[in-house]
Design a protein around this ligand. Structure first.
Ligand SMILES: Cc1cc2nc3c(=O)[nH]c(=O)nc-3n(C[C@H](O)[C@H](O)[C@H](O)COP(=O)(O)OP(=O)(O)OC[C@H]3O[C@@H](n4cnc5c(N)ncnc54)[C@H](O)[C@@H]3O)c2cc1C
Length: 293
């Protein structure tokens, strides 16, 4: 498995998450500036999101293929199954294979917002675990799944959600990448529960989103159900009008969190980069993980 192989060479495996740029100008900036800057940090692999309900399916395929061809780096395509037919998932996986992309982050995804007519695809996959089983049956892919240190927002009991996360591993997932969080204790409890109570042995990789602005992080946390601890929230209120100070606070906070996570023994970090290298680079420099860069 890619992550395990990389982990044998390096104590910490870093991955950077991208999203398909919306304009040609943004794509040029990503390929000419952001990705080369990220590669200087020697990540193990990159990942690229798959828009809600498959809305960026073609763009995601094009971007992951371009990255693989132009930079030769390993990349994982995110893939959601909600609303997708079995045929369309099979076709996507076949194209991944043709294009040399052997890593997938298998997700359920979310039903489209504000669409009362939405119905799951017949003969499709209801949950990520069904997609994991299917991909495992196809064979030849390393499979990551999502984990939620605070529990998934739809699930009333985080321990039940964690049990379901472990079931995705039993179904064939090779690693777990977590949702963003800002209280390390949530990650520690999740990690300990999965390893010690549920017997999970695959890598559990914390997802780190360096805060860039007060309004943006409030919106993201609102969307994914992650909480901002009161002291973080209060500091963001104080810095709300000053974007640069907020970005610097995001770097300092993520550095402290990552430092503590390293001491806990995490196998790596997954940075939600929002297609920018700057904050991740600063954090890695602070941690001594980008010496000389
Ligand atoms: C690292 C990461 C990357 C992501 N990338 C994307 C992306 O690219 N595109 C995108 O659209 N979304 C993305 N998401 C968001 C994700 O699609 C949503 O969080 C979605 O709501 C859940 O997806 P899942 O794969 O975790 O679902 P699942 O694991 O299927 O879980 C969904 C819900 O179903 C519940 N459940 C599980 N098993 C059962 C069962 N047997 N019976 C009843 N309920 C059950 C779970 O407890 C949970 O509440 C990402 C999330 C993370 C953490």
């Amino acid at each position: 498995m890619l992550f395990t192989q990389l982990h044998k060479q390096k104590p910490l495996v870093v991955s950077f998450e991208l999203f398909p740029p919306k304009t040609a100008e943004a794509e040029a900036k990503l390929f000419e500036q952001a990705i080369p800057e990220m590669l200087e940090l020697e990540p193990g692999f990159l990942t690229c999101t798959y828009g809600a309900g498959g809305s960026t399916r073609e763009e995601t395929m094009r971007i992951v293929t371009r990255i693989r061809k132009e930079f030769g780096i390993e990349i994982a395509s995110h893939l959601t199954c909600i609303g997708a037919s079995r045929e369309s998932i099979a076709a996507y996986l076949a194209r991944m294979r043709e294009n040399g992309i052997n890593n997938v982050l298998a997700l359920r995804g979310d039903p489209p917002l504000n669409d009362p007519n939405y119905r799951p695809a017949r003969e499709g996959f209801r949950l990520a675990i069904n997609l994991v089983r299917y991909i495992k049956g196809v064979g030849g892919f390393d499979i990551f799944v999502a984990g939620y240190p605070e529990g998934h927002p739809e699930c009333p009991d985080k321990y039940l959600d964690w049990q379901r996360c472990a079931e995705k591993v039993d179904a064939g997932a090779d690693g777990i990448i977590t949702q963003l969080f800002y209280d390390n204790n949530d990650f520690f409890e999740f990690d300990d529960y999965l390893r010690n109570k549920l017997g999970v042995t695959v890598p559990i990789v914390p997802g780190i989103l360096p805060i860039l602005s007060t309004s943006q992080i409030r919106r993201f946390c609102g969307l994914c159900g992650a909480k901002l601890p009161p002291q973080v929230s209060a500091q963001l209120d104080r810095l709300a009008g000053d974007k640069e100070a907020c970005r610097q606070y995001g770097i300092d906070l993520a550095t402290q969190m990552c430092d503590e996570l390293i001491r806990h023994g995490v196998p790596g970090f997954h940075f939600y980069t929002l297609n920018r290298a700057g904050s991740a680079r600063a954090i890695m420099q602070n941690l001594g993980l980008a010496v000389g860069k």
